[in-house]
Design a protein. Structure first.
Length: 514
């Protein structure tokens, strides 16, 4: 017994001594010791984990940059930068890779987003680029438009009562993502039965973000994940029972690409489902965030709303003309509004961790730029908390706006940059543009309460410290979480009901909804 006691005493002392030595090293001898940052962050990754758990790590990082400057030590082995020069040096650098923390965050997924090995990443990325290319989008567009029409019918059905745009946009985004990824109609927009999918995705994002920011922490349970897996299995089996050429989706693009691309041919067929799952979080959730934020800012800024309404309603002469192509691309104010919403409330607000490509066995230095912080850096975006789509529009004459505009473009990083830039950028702009233009064509909208600005923000989560009036607040769970805005939609004249009933699934459906 005495020996056992002695063993425990020595073990406890050894542990305490070990902790003191590790913490002392991190504080006084570590190569990053001279970089400023919160005291707790210098000692442990738990600092980042704590704020990730509270879903406000992006806000904390922003506040820390204000306090400590453009280079910040956020964990013993991690630095965050807040400048365009650092952005380019990190993300456009062949010698810098995605950090190993991605693989730790989702060990079971080896898709385009997670894979850190360049050779393994290449064929996956080529496949994704093909399914998300402009040509592929042209084939997919009618399916997308059909989903947007369902979205519009839901707005009509609301009959001017308040609509919470977060769930509406999520159901739309996930239905479109499901159709492109799995060729499967999940019908979240119209059917309540499978909406737990959204909770499972939120939970998955939250868990991923935890692990990205502290590899120590994995406290969250797994039940929703199991449910998500069952749903996905059903989607895969249904799709596999159909000929691949029956749909325009990931499987059909894969089947065609493998004829001519040996690397893609060598990919296991099962590997494409890991890519399809990625469509939900990478494609569905991000688009929903962009839409919810843009609706929010337009409802809060009547001048911008008017300018955009005028642009859209003078560019098209009927709802059925609204399609991707030169006329949609000519809507420059529309693009400026989307970019400004992406800047102010980026759908991926956190820090995208990178590390030097090296064979060394030592723990690599992890570095990155926080998207939210850079997007609110006053050097690049003066009055950064104000919604000003004009900052994206270069003036023709030689005034300052052109210089500001260049700085803004260089610091705009909502889709990341370099070899791991978002593969779905073209789809993101097409889908968000179609939704906004078609909504403005058929409806007018306003915040749900007549009390104006603040009332419109009530359904706008996160809150607490860091809350700003006029900002659509994102929760940092990698692909952002949010709620609201609550808006009321009024049809623009009688033609709205007629046209919407004529298009898409036809009058029978429409009668059911009205
Ligand atoms: C507004 C909407 C979107 C935003 C803001 C966005 C943002 C991003 C960002 C920041 C990354 C880099 C992540 C990292 O390095 O950790 C990324 C990667 C990626 N995104 Fe998007 N995304 C959007 C829409 C989409 C869509 C619609 C798809 C397609 C379904 C998509 C597919 C991907 C893929 C496959 C990657 C991984 C690329 C790679 O590592 O090679 N994204 N996205």
């Amino acid at each position: 017994m005495a020996i056992l006691n002695l063993f425990f005493v020595y073990t406890s002392y050894s542990c305490i001594l070990y902790c003191i030595l590790v913490l002392g090293f991190r504080l006084l001898l570590h190569p990053l010791r001279k970089y400023p940052g919160p005291f707790a962050a210098k000692l442990s990754e738990a600092y980042g984990g704590f704020y990730a758990l509270r879903k406000r790590l992006h806000l904390q990082t922003y506040e820390n940059h204000l306090r400590y400057g453009p280079v910040l030590r956020q964990a013993p082995n991690r630095l965050i930068f807040n400048s365009v020069s650092a952005l380019q040096a990190i993300y456009q650098n062949e010698r810098v890779n995605k950090s190993y923390v991605y693989a730790v965050a989702q060990p079971e997924q080896h898709n385009t987003f997670i894979t850190t090995n360049r050779a393994q990443h290449r064929p996956k990325r080529r496949l994704m680029s093909q399914v998300l290319s402009e040509q592929s989008m042209r084939s997919f567009e009618p399916i997308m438009v059909n989903q947007v029409l369902i979205f519009l019918r839901q707005l009509l059905q609301a009959n001017s009562s308040p609509v919470n745009m977060t769930p509406m946009c999520r159901y739309l985004g996930l239905d479109v993502a499901g159709l492109l990824g799995f060729g499967y109609e999940r019908n979240l927009q119209t059917d309540h039965a499978h909406r737990s999918l959204t909770d499972a995705l939120t939970f998955g994002n939250y868990r991923t973000n935890q692990r990205l920011n502290t590899v120590l922490m994995d406290l969250l349970p797994n039940r929703l994940r199991t449910e998500l897996r069952a749903t996905i299995e059903k989607m895969i089996l249904t799709r596999l029972a159909q000929p691949s050429e029956d749909k325009h989706d990931l499987l059909s693009v894969f089947s065609e690409a493998e004829q001519s691309d040996l690397d893609i041919k060598n990919m296991k067929k099962s590997a494409i489902w890991a890519e399809a799952i990625l469509f939900f979080a990478a494609g569905g959730e991000t688009i929903a965030s962009t839409l919810a934020a843009t609706f929010f800012y337009l409802s809060q800024n009547p001048e911008c709303y008017q300018k955009l309404a005028t642009e859209i309603r003078s560019t098209f002469s009927s709802g059925s003309e609204i399609r991707g192509g030169p006329r949609l691309s000519s809507c420059r104010y529309l693009r400026a509004c989307i970019d400004e919403a992406l800047r102010m409330s980026p759908p991926v607000p956190g820090t995208l961790w990178r590390e030097a490509a090296t064979d060394a066995k030592d723990k690599p230095l992890i570095i990155g730029v926080s998207i939210y912080s850079l997007h609110h850096n006053e050097n690049y975006f003066p009055d950064s908390f104000q919604f000003q789509p004009e900052r994206w529009l270069a003036k023709d004459n030689n005034n300052n706006n052109n210089n500001n505009n260049k700085a803004a473009h260089e610091a705009f990083v909502a889709f990341s940059m370099g070899s791991r830039v978002c593969a779905g950028k073209a789809m993101a702009y097409l889908e968000t543009s179609l939704v906004l233009v078609m909504t403005f064509w058929y409806f007018d909208f306003e915040p749900s309460s007549s009390e104006g600005k603040e009332a419109g923000e009530q359904k706008n989560t996160a809150g607490g410290k860091g809350w700003r009036v006029g900002e659509f607040q994102m929760q940092d769970i990698f692909a952002a979480g949010h709620d609201g805005p609550e808006l009321r939609f009024r049809p623009r004249g009688d033609f709205c009901c007629e046209e919407l009933s004529r298009r898409g699934n036809g009058p029978a459906d429409m009668l059911q909804l009205l």
